[in-house]
Write a protein that binds this ligand. Structure first.
Ligand SMILES: Nc1ncnc2c1ncn2[C@@H]1O[C@H](COP(=O)(O)OP(=O)(O)OP(=O)(O)O)[C@@H](O)[C@H]1O
Length: 343
């Protein structure tokens, strides 16, 4: 059963709707994420779930009980929701243990020890927040929020004060902690890597609306619309033509897949080509010119110009170090073909 149901949620500020007709469900033990650019309404949804915003429409149901609607709201403190914020909000004059104990009414020492162990901070329990790294401080905040065993944990940009590399690693760590404690959680972020590292379900938001709510893999490989296709991952749209009921033809050849589209044969289409769809093969007769390249350690991300002048991206193992201007062999390897009717 869904632990959280958000249905047709609408929130407005001073007569301006900032969230509209937004619906999703989260199962018990799942980690969800609202992903979107700054100002799209992510935090407002989180605050509405917590009970800090009154609703213009829709409803929020938590553990089978309606906690919010336009008609009324269950007070914040009665929802059993925990929160972790980007600034950690730790008490600077309290030790790690005392910060965690703050979330426990009976200050049970055994429980504190368990939480310290869960977040891997037993060895620094007597330190003060300023003696910890950013990642450690975030784990204290997490332990403190988990202490009262919330029904649902809300995390608002929890890693935004940390550097990019650390975010992805900490995202995985926090995911493991939430899974180990069986906590249902919702994360808000504008960072795709963080969303993918942590969440079972990700919702892509744009302008107050939820464009797609799906597993990260499906968002990447089966985006619901052009916005999601462009927002998630990298890629370019190339002109194409529907050449058969399940086939599409474009500059680099014909690709057939089983999902049909409601368009007549010959219809003008656009196909999304991801960097992992273009494979570098030295001896391939199909050549493309290296326009630019970005070194990413294990890979180069090449921008390649096709004979038509259209450009594609290609992710190539970095021992294939080609010069700008060089023509290199490529092949198309599309497992999931994403295409839309041309605009
Ligand atoms: N209390 C408020 N009063 C008026 N407008 C508000 C209020 N809170 C948020 N907004 C507006 O609502 C819109 C959505 O804000 P929200 O903070 O939910 O976006 P966000 O996606 O979380 O952005 P960010 O990633 O920058 O935090 C923005 O246009 C914002 O200016």
């Amino acid at each position: 059963m869904a632990l959280l149901q958000v249905a047709a949620l609408a929130v407005s500020f001073a007569g301006r709707k900032v969230v509209e007709d937004l619906s999703f469900e989260l199962l018990e033990g799942e980690i969800g994420c609202l992903l979107g650019a700054s100002g799209c309404g992510k935090t407002t949804v989180l605050r509405a779930i917590a009970g800090f915003e009154s609703l213009l429409g829709g409803q929020i149901v938590l553990a089978g009980r309606q906690v919010g609607s336009a008609q009324g709201q269950t007070p914040v403190q009665e929802r059993g929701i925990g929160m972790v914020f980007q600034d950690y909000a730790l008490f600077p004059h309290l030790t790690v243990s005392a910060n965690i104990a703050f979330g426990l009414p009976n200050k049970d020492a055994k429980k504190i020890a368990e939480l310290l162990e869960l977040v891997g901070l037993s060895h620094v329990e007597d330190r003060y927040p300023h003696q910890l790294s950013g990642g450690q401080q975030q784990r204290v905040a997490l332990a403190r929020a988990l202490a009262p065993k919330p029904r649902l944990l809300l995390l608002d940009e929890p890693f935004s004060n940390l550097d990019v590399e650390l975010r992805e690693r900490l995202g995985q760590e926090v995911r493991a902690i939430l899974k180990a404690s069986g906590t249902t959680a919702i994360l808000v972020t504008h960072d795709q890597r963080e969303a993918f590292a942590m969440a079972d379900r990700v919702g892509v938001m744009h302008d107050g609306a939820l464009r797609q709510w799906a597993a990260p893999y499906d968002l990447y490989h089966e985006p619901a619309d052009r916005f999601v296709a462009n927002f998630i991952g990298e890629g370019v749209m190339l002109p194409a033509r529907l050449s058969g009921p399940n086939c599409i033809e474009f500059e680099l050849g014909e690709i057939c897949r089983t999902v049909p589209i409601e368009c007549g044969i010959g219809a003008e289409m656009e196909v999304l080509i991801r960097p992992d769809d273009i494979v570098h093969v030295d001896h391939s007769p199909l050549k493309a010119e290296v326009v630019s390249k970005v070194f990413r350690g294990a890979h180069f991300l090449y921008t390649l110009a096709l004979p038509s002048g259209h450009k594609v991206l290609s992710l190539v193992p970095s021992h294939h170090n080609h010069a700008i201007g060089e023509a290199i062999g490529i092949e198309v390897e599309c497992e999931h073909v994403i295409y839309f009717k041309a605009e």
